[in-house]
Design a protein around this ligand. Structure first.
Ligand SMILES: Cc1cc2nc3c(=O)[nH]c(=O)nc-3n(C[C@H](O)[C@H](O)[C@H](O)COP(=O)(O)OP(=O)(O)OC[C@H]3O[C@@H](n4cnc5c(N)ncnc54)[C@H](O)[C@@H]3O)c2cc1C
Length: 329
């Protein structure tokens, strides 16, 4: 029987692979590694970091773990009360080949099975039987789940219901627009955070990330919605991409006082993240600030769960929570 199975291949799983010097097998339901640290590669257009935009961290151990990275430099602004103000947040960590390269590097030479979705678990004597969507089964003595909260809970509730009943997590959606313009918008900005806007949350000019694989004749923007707008539109977004893009771009152009013509758009798509950010319902707070590292570990069953959502809701918290779990195993 194999020893340790890890479900998911995002930041948390990459951290486990770094700290657990054991034979690990990873199962990832999507087509590649990265999870929400995700980069869309579009032929003849370029790269959009349509998940994680940049990393903030002062933690040296975390920076060593990231390996190759660049600091995103340029003009960063906050849109608040109808005005653009300086965003004084200093260091933003990115990767010139797209942010998911940070994770791809860490999974090099690891045993990762992609397109492999765990749909249920059965407990047999002293091991878990893992049942996958493709009707295959595998048996493991130790199982670690790194999926977002709702998915982790659904898979494990027969073992973890009492533990999670004490907690009050939820995960919130995001709609992310990727758009390539034929002509520059001439904004002279790298990114804008929209404070309390009904439609927009954050917008990044991908060309300012020194990206290598980008069509230099185009200007690429990744524009994230506000939470309010995502909650309203997430379930129907696949049928409404054009109207959502129109509304988001209208809002963008009004706020930044620019004119965006239809014939300036070379490419667009919208991605809906059902589980983008974690919220602690007790504090009614999108818990972006790092709290104490946390995870779930049941020594008797040899079942572990970790993820950014146990605290913080960002890459650094995914790292710290997974590191804590690795120390317990
Ligand atoms: C739009 C957006 C913007 C963001 N911006 C930032 C930012 O600027 N800075 C920052 O630090 N963080 C940001 N984040 C958050 C950051 O991406 C996450 O904190 C981090 O990537 C979480 O890593 P993780 O491994 O814990 O979870 P995930 O990345 O979600 O990894 C879990 C993996 O498990 C897989 N999985 C789930 N269920 C199953 C199953 N049943 N079987 C097999 N595999 C399964 C998933 O496909 C996924 O790959 C952003 C997130 C989003 C969505």
């Amino acid at each position: 029987m194999k020893d340790i199975a890890i479900i998911g291949a995002g930041f948390s799983a990459a951290t486990l692979s770094y700290f657990l010097k054991k034979d690990l097998i990873f199962y990832e339901k999507s087509r590649g590694v990265g999870g929400r640290c995700s980069t869309r590669r579009v032929d003849n257009i370029g790269l959009f970091d349509h998940g994680l935009q940049y990393i903030k961290s002062k933690n040296l151990e975390f920076k060593n773990f990231l390996g190759d990275y660049t600091i995103w430099e340029g003009q960063f602004k906050i849109f608040k009360n109808n005005e653009l103000k300086e965003d004084l947040n200093k260091e933003r960590i990115i990767n010139e080949n797209g942010n998911n390269t940070l994770i791809k590097n860490l999974f090099k030479n690891k045993k990762v099975f992609i397109n492999k979705e765990l749909i249920s678990l059965d407990r047999k004597n002293d091991y878990f039987q893992l049942n996958f969507k493709d009707n295959t089964q595998e048996n493991y003595k130790t199982l670690i789940i790194t999926a977002p909260y709702q998915q982790a809970f659904n898979l494990t509730k027969q073992f973890t219901e009492n533990y999670f009943a004490k907690l009050n997590f939820s995960m919130q959606p995001n709609l992310t627009l990727m758009v390539a313009f034929n002509k520059s918008l001439n904004l002279n900005l790298s990114a804008i955070s929209f404070d309390d806007d009904d439609v927009l949350g954050f917008a990044a000019n991908e060309n300012t990330k020194k990206k290598i694989l980008i069509n230099k004749d185009l200007e690429l923007w990744t524009i994230q919605s506000s939470l309010k707008y995502a909650i309203k539109n997430i379930y129907e977004y696949r049928n409404n991409k054009k109207s959502l893009m129109d509304e988001m771009l209208r809002s963008f152009s009004v706020k930044l006082k620019i004119d965006i013509k239809e014939d300036n758009i070379q490419y667009f798509d919208i991605h809906g993240w059902l589980y983008a950010y974690s919220t602690n319902l007790e504090t009614d707070n999108c818990s972006w600030n790092l709290e104490t590292a946390n995870c779930y570990w049941n020594e008797d069953l040899r079942l572990g769960i970790c993820g950014d959502w146990f605290s913080g809701g960002n890459a650094e918290s995914a790292f710290l929570n997974a590191k804590k779990l690795a120390e317990l195993i």
